[in-house]
Design a protein around this ligand. Structure first.
Ligand code: AMP
Length: 139
């Protein structure tokens, strides 16, 4: 497996070199909105320390991230009055991963409503409004 690339886009977000719409952070994790949302409220949770994905993450990194994933899944479900939540995580290019810093997708879902296609840039005003709804729903 390749080594961690400190110039990946999420590392740049962590260093504040490129902007992100943060919804939550603690000592070990950061949650921010996906800029190509596949459902309203689509957000990402990452560890603040480097690892490519689940395959090289430490147990501590995984524990911290999954605790934040649960917190944000509950908040996003409530914020969007969703019927369910899809949680996705991809490992290496063959596993569907495009950004090589561990991240979990959290996608609020409504009955009968399919995910939008991947790769379409979202409307930033809508994303900012969705982020605010999630922030307000975090217990
Ligand atoms: P994947 O590695 O396949 O899980 O996909 C990476 C995800 O990161 C995609 O859903 C992208 O829309 C998202 N993404 C890429 N660049 C940014 C960015 N600058 N801010 C927020 N999300 C991003």
């Amino acid at each position: 497996m390749a080594s961690y690339d400190p110039d990946n886009i999420f590392a740049k977000i962590l260093r504040g070199e490129i902007p992100s719409e943060t919804v939550y952070e603690d000592d070990a994790t950061l949650a921010f909105m996906d800029i190509m949302p596949r459902s309203d409220g689509h957000l990402l949770v990452i560890p603040k320390t480097p690892c490519r994905n689940t395959l090289d993450a430490t147990p501590d990194q995984l524990c911290a991230v999954i605790k934040t994933v649960q917190k944000l899944a509950l908040a996003a479900k409530s914020a969007f009055d969703a019927d369910g939540v899809t949680i996705q995580q991809f490992n290496e290019a063959a596993g569907g991963q495009e950004v090589f810093h561990l991240h979990f997708h959290v996608l609020p879902r409504h009955e009968g409503l399919p995910l939008r296609p991947a790769g379409n840039m979202g409307d930033m005003a809508a994303i900012k409004a969705h982020a605010e709804k999630i922030r307000q729903a975090i217990a």
